[in-house]
Design a binder for this molecule. Structure first.
Ligand SMILES: Cc1cc2nc3c(=O)[nH]c(=O)nc-3n(C[C@H](O)[C@H](O)[C@H](O)COP(=O)(O)OP(=O)(O)OC[C@H]3O[C@@H](n4cnc5c(N)ncnc54)[C@H](O)[C@@H]3O)c2cc1C
Ligand SMILES: *[C@@H]1O[C@H](CO)[C@@H](O)[C@H](O)[C@H]1NC(C)=O
Ligand SMILES: *[C@@H]1O[C@H](CO)[C@@H](O)[C@H](O)[C@H]1NC(C)=O
Ligand SMILES: *[C@@H]1O[C@H](CO)[C@@H](O)[C@H](O)[C@H]1NC(C)=O
Ligand SMILES: *[C@@H]1O[C@H](CO)[C@@H](O)[C@H](O)[C@H]1NC(C)=O
Ligand SMILES: *[C@@H]1O[C@H](CO)[C@@H](O)[C@H](O)[C@H]1NC(C)=O
Length: 467
């Protein structure tokens, strides 16, 4: 219990620190290099140093552009996040785990001299539990999805453009607008549901989501990679590439930095005022590349016009949380997966745990938790602890379950309603590309997949540089 309390306190402190205006006063300035110029003039300002933003910044420099990255966290990588066990120094990836086996992925990793290997999902026995009650459901089995996935692939093949973005035809095919549950019924794809729910994790209630988003998150590339193997880092430290990118970017990456105001210009330099740990800075950039979730509440300080506002305010989002637990009472070789004892397709009831599964370090287990809407971090943490305490094997562990680390990946999937999709939301969204000297990448503009986002970002670069 002690360590769990400490983690929560740290999170609360971090939250207070983030919303506090006196940013600089709270950070130990000795540890930071404050040499940065007070006016930072660059070709491109990249907002958000996650998967897409970091890739863009490095590649823009490769093609001769000067960049600055504005990242509000104290690290690059975004949803790529790695826990370091203080005892063994072992690493556990609690965010992005795998990549598609593509040249663009291999090239980006080899550029930073990081070895990749085919991913092997560690073999583990699976127990199915309804976490609402802790009841073990030993007679449940997800069934054989092979034939149903083949039928699903036939459907996917009708929409090859989904692999490249949201360039949807007009009119948008009606099947893409159906709630996925209706689509499953229409094409008798029932046996795909457990597999798709597991791979397209984080989408909340997938049966309610428009089929478009499910197909974007579990497409033909994923079916192919399931057969041929995904890539992962040989050291199982997926953050290393972002640490090396940070080292390469040096002063061009502003961490712990928030946007205060922007004044975009069509012809000259746009101005972005930011608060950094060294105080306020002004960025002057010819182009801005937004690589953050474009929700209105995440665009504080942006000089949004009516069109931008009307589009971004339509985004809703799911919520996704991860962490590492100790003292769970679960064996190191067992995955305990949540199911609903009496629900459609036995999908678990969310908000709730997806699964608790072994990590590479004995005694430490990965936990994944989902919700259709955002929750307070403390609420998620206490629901996870309470769920673990209901598990049947609690008696074998004397200590209370604790978090070694907890992370919110919220907002996760950004979605709009089927009627918005039908009436051309994504046509209008894509028409914003390049308007007001602003370009866009990141999951809201494509999908939750680093490899696909790197390819999407790569194809955007000539547009940013050209004009
Ligand atoms: C638990 C989990 C597991 C996943 N596993 C995989 C996987 O195995 N393989 C895979 O390909 N994909 C995986 N994904 C999907 C993943 O979301 C994408 O691969 C990718 O990280 C999304 O990239 P992005 O650039 O859109 O966002 P992010 O990587 O999240 O980057 C956004 C960045 O912007 C910063 N930011 C946000 N708002 C602001 C602001 N207002 N000002 C400044 N900075 C801001 C954030 O701090 C963050 O660093 C996983 C996601 C999660 C949550
Ligand atoms: C960012 O803030 C964290 C504290 O949250 C601090 O440890 C770190 O040194 C800061 N880094 C930079 C580059 O400002
Ligand atoms: C699943 O079904 C496919 C196709 O019907 C079959 O070839 C395969 O052997 C089955 N797998 C198992 C584990 O039963
Ligand atoms: C619970 O204990 C039994 C008996 O030791 C074991 O077979 C089972 O795998 C355990 N379950 C979990 C989730 O660890
Ligand atoms: C899992 O681990 C438990 C406890 O260490 C052990 O008793 C059991 O045999 C293991 N099961 C498998 C399938 O490896
Ligand atoms: C389904 O099971 C849960 C957990 O046992 C129970 O609380 C709920 O009432 C059940 N719902 C229905 C409709 O049977």
């Amino acid at each position: 219990m002690k360590k769990y309390t400490r983690v929560s306190l740290k999170l609360i402190t971090f939250g207070l620190w983030r919303i506090s205006a006196g940013l600089a006063e709270r950070v130990n300035l000795d540890s930071i290099n404050c040499a940065t110029e007070s006016i930072i003039t660059r070709d491109v300002a990249v907002i958000g140093g996650g998967s897409s933003g970091t890739y863009a910044a490095i590649r823009l420099r490769d093609i001769g552009q000067s960049v600055v990255v504005v990242e509000r966290n104290d690290r690059l990588g975004g949803h790529t996040h790695t826990y370091t066990d203080p005892v063994t120094k072992g690493k556990i990836d609690i965010g992005v785990e795998i990549w598609q086996d593509w040249d663009i992925v291999r090239n980006f990793f080899s550029r930073f001299k990081i070895s990749l290997t085919k991913n092997e999902f560690a073999p583990s026995a699976v127990q199915y539990v309804d976490y609402r009650t802790g009841q073990l459901v030993s007679q449940y089995s997800p069934g054989n999805a092979t034939d149903a996935l083949t039928a699903y692939a036939t459907q996917l093949a009708k929409y090859p453009y989904l692999e490249f973005g949201f360039d949807l035809p007009n009119p948008v095919p009606t099947d893409l607008l159906l709630p996925f549950g209706d689509f499953v019924e229409k094409y008798a794809l029932d046996d795909t549901v457990p597999t798709i729910f597991k791979y397209a994790q984080g989408l909340g209630n997938i049966l309610h989501q428009p089929t478009l988003y499910v197909m974007k998150n579990f497409g033909l590339v994923d079916l192919k990679s399931i057969q041929e193997g995904f890539l992962t880092t040989a050291k199982h430290d997926n953050s290393e590439i972002y640490e090396r990118a940070l080292a390469e970017l040096g002063d061009n990456a502003l961490l712990n930095t928030s946007i205060v105001a922007t004044k975009r210009s069509i012809t000259g330099y746009s101005s972005i005022t930011v608060t950094t740990p060294c105080g306020r800075r002004e960025i002057r950039a010819k182009k801005i590349l937004l690589a953050i979730p474009p929700k209105l509440d995440n665009l504080d300080g942006f000089d949004l016009d009516a069109t931008e506002k009307s589009l971004f305010q339509q985004f809703g989002n799911s919520a996704y949380y991860t962490g590492v637990l100790r003292y769970t009472g679960i064996n190191d070789n067992t995955t305990v997966q949540n199911i609903g004892i009496n629900t459609t397709y036995h999908l678990p009831v969310l908000p709730g745990i997806y699964s608790i599964s072994p990590s590479v370090i004995p005694g430490l287990l990965n936990v994944k938790y989902g919700s259709p809407t955002a929750l307070a971090d403390v609420q998620v943490q206490s629901d996870i602890i309470a769920s673990v305490q209901r598990l049947p094997n609690r008696t074998i562990s004397v200590e209370s379950p604790e978090f070694a680390i907890f992370a919110s990946h919220t907002p996760f999937e950004l979605t709009v309603s089927s009627s918005a999709i039908e009436s051309g939301f994504y046509k209008r969204l894509y028409a914003m590309q390049g308007k007001r000297s602003t370009y866009y990448t990141g999951a809201a503009f494509h999908t939750q997949d680093s490899s696909l986002l790197w390819r999407f970002t790569e194809q955007l670069l000539p547009l940013i540089v050209e004009k």
